[in-house]
Design a binder for this molecule. Structure first.
Ligand code: C2E
Ligand code: CA
Ligand code: CA
Ligand code: CA
Length: 294
């Protein structure tokens, strides 16, 4: 019942599937992973459909376990959520993403200056970064101060930081979420709703929230060129986003055919294997200087 058309748009199905595989031993190891510096951020480029240019990336955490190798966030984030360690992990993610993306911003502007052959004019806007905020983090009383502290410490310009909050997190308590989102907005960061359309929530909330971006979940994007139902859903989301003045990012675009349909539907940007897989930081730095077009 929780499975549908081979897609995977159901939150609870996701949870059942990902919570079981992490053994008790790994759950214990998770407590030490931060101290042992076993986490690493990957960056997946986001590219504008209209210009073909990359404008930002999403930071995605990986756990380099000493004996298990690379462990997916789908496996350990739910555990970190339930044992509370997500708070510390999430702050490490935010700080590291700000530091690393700031370094890539510098790299790009130096590169542009160099290529311009002495011409100081540099019109490339700095790269944005989207960072996932877990439900537990979002619920924290002093969330704003924690984010401000990290922005201060890393000297990261808040307008280039976008926080991704899942639909399930914000619909949990609409009034409290609204207040929280307003506070975050006041810092100057951008806000996006992640996995949009998977929360089975009524849509009334969406127009009240001070959002910048809706991320269309991969389950509605895959096979959009052959799946008429997915195309109808994506079309409705994009049309609604436009009328509310939100940008749209389609997640999990893997083929040119899917891209073509999203372009026809007026989607703003994509993130997916078709343009680039998530990349470790050094590869990401190489990628941004190579200036790949969609
Ligand atoms: P998400 O936020 O929906 O992230 C998108 C996921 O889709 C990523 O999986 C990404 O690698 C994958 N993806 C992107 N393009 C494609 C594609 O074309 N095809 C396919 N098949 N997959 C694609 P990943 O990196 O395994 O992350 C899984 C989830 O773990 C994320 O889903 C997010 O919910 C969570 N997560 C990752 N990093 C963090 C983090 O730093 N903090 C928190 N709280 N959650 C995180
Ligand atoms: Ca996300
Ligand atoms: Ca997502
Ligand atoms: Ca997703």
């Amino acid at each position: 019942e929780a499975k549908r058309r081979g897609g995977n748009c159901y939150q609870f199905f996701d949870e059942i599937q990902v919570k079981l595989p992490l053994s008790l031993e790994l759950q214990t190891d998770l407590h030490h992973a931060l101290d042992n510096q076993e986490f690493e951020l990957y960056y997946q480029p986001q590219v504008s459909i209209a210009t073909g240019e990359m404008f930002g990336s999403e930071s995605l955490i990986r756990w380099n376990h000493s004996s298990e190798g690379l462990i997916s966030p789908m496996k350990f984030i739910p555990i970190a959520e339930s044992n509370g360690s997500i708070i510390e992990i999430g702050e490490w993610v935010l700080k590291t993403a700000c530091q690393q993306v700031k370094a890539t911003q510098k790299l790009i502007s130096q590169n542009a200056l160099h290529n311009a052959n002495g011409d100081i004019q540099n019109c490339i806007p700095p790269l944005k970064v989207s960072v996932n905020l877990s439900g537990r983090q979002f619920q924290q009383q002093d969330l704003n101060k924690r984010i401000l502290d990290i922005l201060e410490e890393t000297q990261f310009d808040p307008q280039y930081l976008e926080l991704e909050i899942t639909e399930t997190t914000v619909v949990h308590n609409i009034d409290a979420s609204l207040a929280k989102l307003m506070d975050l907005k006041a810092i100057g960061v951008k806000l996006s709703i992640d996995d949009f359309g998977t929360g089975f929530s009524s849509l009334g909330y969406i127009k009240k929230f001070p959002l910048d971006t809706l991320k269309i979940d991969r389950c509605f994007v895959q096979h959009i060129d052959t799946d008429a139902q997915n195309r109808a859903i994506a079309k409705a989301i994009i049309t609604m986003a436009k009328s509310l003045d939100f940008k749209t990012v389609a997640e999990g675009v893997e083929t040119q055919g899917e891209l073509k349909v999203l372009q026809d539907l007026g989607c703003d940007s994509i993130q997916g294997y078709y343009y680039s897989r998530p990349l470790p930081f050094d590869k990401f730095c190489a990628f941004v200087t190579e200036d790949k077009r969609l």
